[in-house]
Design a binder for this molecule. Structure first.
Ligand code: ADP
Ligand code: MG
Length: 692
């Protein structure tokens, strides 16, 4: 579908300008400088030529068969120009100009107008308010873009709405001397969307790795679908900005506040198998490694170094990322003792010493490639003036070309002096980085991805002991009664229908009834105010805990009755469940994605530690287990310093049941089970809210 856009045979520029410092001129210069393989048609009603190329008065005067038209004209002229292009049979239009939906309703109307016209003619629109595309394929060399990075051909393709970030990523690759293939930055993306481009790149043979940057997803459902499909074919590396907002969001104490769209984006990436980054530098470095290296089987790293400290820095990064540095096998040790200097350190890292020559490096590389203890090989390589570094580089390249295991190199040198060493590594497709930590992080990107690839989340468990009809009935009744939140009675009935354990409870209408209910439940009990207007009960004096006898219950209810002015006020009497670990479970509907399920430490921990994790529905048993082991305070679940651990199996069971409940009844907008009291042998929910 997008073939004619990314592989154009000819390009016209409506708004071609004779002024050097203008987009309408720059695009032409870029096409020419980049050696575009097809004809370029500048369109300018006044000039005979632009940049020495014959110009046309109108698109109508150009030769036929135009694949791409750039529009660099004021927004108000665009609809008419689109009509002209339609009549001319143009296939794609890139609108570089702004003045559309990004400026408000007026621009939005123009965008809608030209889009309708384009649809009529079957023209695909790229942008508006965008940079454009680049294809560095030697047969195409299309630079339909006004930026300045001129890439070498490569295997990395870049796609992003934001032109600024796309360009800075592009620059990053260029500065490292890493080639790129297709580049697409589509601004307002009124027609051709990011998912559509990602799907195209997924099918593009020359693209080995896809790099994308997002701030939020417009159509999460489609993104998820496409991402899953493409990530199954090749690595997709994504960076999402807006991290600090997440921290702020987590400050809120209820699910709605904790779970915002950008958490959902993380979860989409995770579920789809996209490798996520929070730092553009790290993303670029990892992509450079992906462009030439295979995906390792695991995270067991062998390090070869000719200088001590940098290997230590790398080691810290590896271990921090969950990689290991296994010892060398006996065979490798014996072999290296024979081959290396006697003073060399034959451990992992292997220190071959600064005076090591090509033969030493080669012996070490070969040994690690053949030693089953390692999945990847990392090389710290400083270029001393007293050794033949070119020969060392050649050995690294040779071993790399065998493709046995991924290699990443930390090349510490003066690139202006050791030009040949640098050239050998670059042309030999060995990813190398000047800083030890950068190089190590690039390698951990490969390892992280190996985990993404091998992570099999399995299928969700379907509970058959649930009463969906009953739960649905309760919720439908509440909905038709116009309720936004379910009453306590309804909430606990819904939970019971899904076998989610709740503390023994009774709803009562008066203080006397409350006292009677307490006798039946058994002391000590808790009394809580229940009314639609009462949200945070304890804040309003609506919670009285540890009531030991009927008198205490009665007076607590009476006090609440005086304090809380609500016509529908009732009293929930509940078994007092002290001494457990307070945890929180929750759910929130996500447009087009089902729900997000939340799990974390509850009570004061929610507000102070913000120690919660999320997962999109359906939550599989594998994912439920992953959720429990992903919180910072996971040790608390197992028990610390003589404290008993809690019943993790029951927590996971409730997470899965909750996932099934909200999937069965999508009408549920949010659920907040806070706290859930977790004990050694059971969990009990003591407070719950369901919002419609
Ligand atoms: P809200 O969240 O509306 O203020 P809760 O029902 O969560 O009201 O009660 C506030 C706190 O009181 C809980 O976080 C918990 O620490 C404690 N609490 C409430 N119910 C019980 C109970 N049945 N057993 C033990 N502690 C309870
Ligand atoms: Mg609560």
């Amino acid at each position: 579908m997008l073939d004619s856009l990314f592989n154009p045979k000819s390009v016209a520029i409506i708004g071609a300008s004779t002024k050097d410092l203008s987009i309408g001129n720059r695009v032409i210069k870029n096409l020419v400088d980049f050696d575009f393989k097809g004809p370029v048609y500048p369109i300018n009603p006044k000039a005979d030529e632009v940049r020495g190329i014959k110009a046309y008065k109108s698109i109508m005067d150009c030769p036929d068969g135009i694949d791409v038209v750039h529009m660099v004209i004021p927004a108000k002229f665009v609809p008419q120009a689109v009509d002209d292009c339609g009549k001319k049979g143009v296939k794609n239009i890139i609108i570089n100009s702004g003045g559309f939906s990004e400026i408000g309703p007026e621009g939005e109307a123009i965008e809608k107008d030209f889009l309708e016209r384009a649809k009529k003619y079957g023209i695909r629109m790229f942008g508006p308010n965008c940079q454009g595309i680049i294809n560095s394929d030697p047969d195409i060399r299309a630079y339909c873009n006004f930026t300045f990075t001129k890439p070498e051909p490569g295997a990395i393709s870049i796609v992003a709405l934001s032109g600024g970030v796309a360009e800075v990523i592009h620059q990053g690759f260029a500065q490292m001397g890493v080639g790129t293939r297709i580049y697409a930055s589509n601004g307002n993306a009124c027609d051709i969307t990011i998912p559509e481009i990602i799907r195209y790149l997924g099918d593009d043979e020359g693209t080995r790795v896809i790099v994308t940057y997002v701030e939020g997803l417009r159509d999460p459902e489609t993104f998820m679908q496409v991402a899953k499909e493409v990530a199954a074919k090749k690595p997709v590396l994504a960076m999402k900005a807006g991290r600090t907002k997440e921290g702020a969001k987590a400050a809120a104490s209820h699910t709605g506040g904790l779970a915002k769209e950008d958490i959902a984006t993380d979860l989409i990436f995770k579920k789809a198998g996209i490798l996520m980054f929070h730092d553009e530098g790290e993303l670029i470095q990892a992509a450079a490694a992906f462009a030439s290296q295979s995906i390792p089987k695991g995270g067991r790293i062998g390090i070869i170094t000719n200088t001590g400290g940098p290997a230590v820095i790398a080691t810290d990064i590896f271990v921090g990322a969950g990689c290991t540095l296994p010892p060398l096998s006996d065979k490798t040790k014996t072999f290296l003792k024979e081959k290396l200097y006697p003073e060399a350190s034959i451990n992992n890292p292997v220190d071959v010493l600064a005076t090591a020559n090509a033969g030493h490096y080669r012996a070490c590389l070969d040994a690690m490639m053949d030693d089953d203890s390692f999945d990847c090989v990392f090389v710290n390589f400083v270029t001393p003036f007293f050794v033949d570094t070119d020969s060392i580089a050649k050995e690294i390249v040779e071993v790399n070309a065998q493709g046995k295991k991924p290699i990443v190199c930390n090349l510490m040198t003066d690139p202006n002096e050791w030009t040949e060493t640098v050239r050998i590594l670059r042309e030999g497709n060995v990813p190398f980085f000047p800083l030890p930590s950068e190089a190590a992080r690039a390698m951990t990107g490969l390892v992280r991805y190996s985990r993404v690839v091998s992570r099999d989340i399995g299928e969700p468990k379907q509970f058959t002991d649930v009463d969906k009809t009953k739960a649905l009935g309760i919720i439908e009744n509440a909905k038709s009664a116009g309720k936004e939140f379910l009453s306590a009675e309804d909430v606990y009935d819904v939970l019971a229908a899904y076998q989610i354990p709740v503390a023994a409870w009774k709803i009562t209408a008066s203080a006397d009834e409350a006292a009677k209910a307490a006798e039946e439940i058994g002391f000590p009990v808790v009394v809580k105010a229940d009314a639609e207007s009462v949200v945070h009960k304890s804040d309003m004096g609506g919670v009285a805990i540890n009531l030991e006898d009927a008198d205490a219950v009665k007076s607590a209810a009476e006090t609440m009755g005086r304090k809380i002015d609500a016509a529908d006020l009732k009293f929930l009497v509940q078994k007092f469940m002290p001494g457990g670990l307070e945890i929180i479970l929750g759910a929130k509907a996500e447009e087009g994605l089902g729900h997000m399920i939340m799990f974390g430490l509850g009570g004061i921990y929610v507000e102070i530690m913000k120690d919660v994790v999320f997962n999109l529905t359906p939550v599989t048993p594998f994912e439920a287990e992953e959720m429990l082991s992903s919180i910072k305070g996971k040790e608390l679940l197992d028990g610390v310093r003589g404290q008993k651990g809690v019943d993790k199996a029951s927590i996971m069971d409730s997470i899965k049941r909750l996932s099934q409940l909200v999937s069965d009844i999508p009408m549920i907008q949010e659920m907040d089970l806070n706290p859930v009291m977790a004990f050694e042998d059971k969990i009990v929910i003591v407070d719950a809210r369901i919002g419609l």
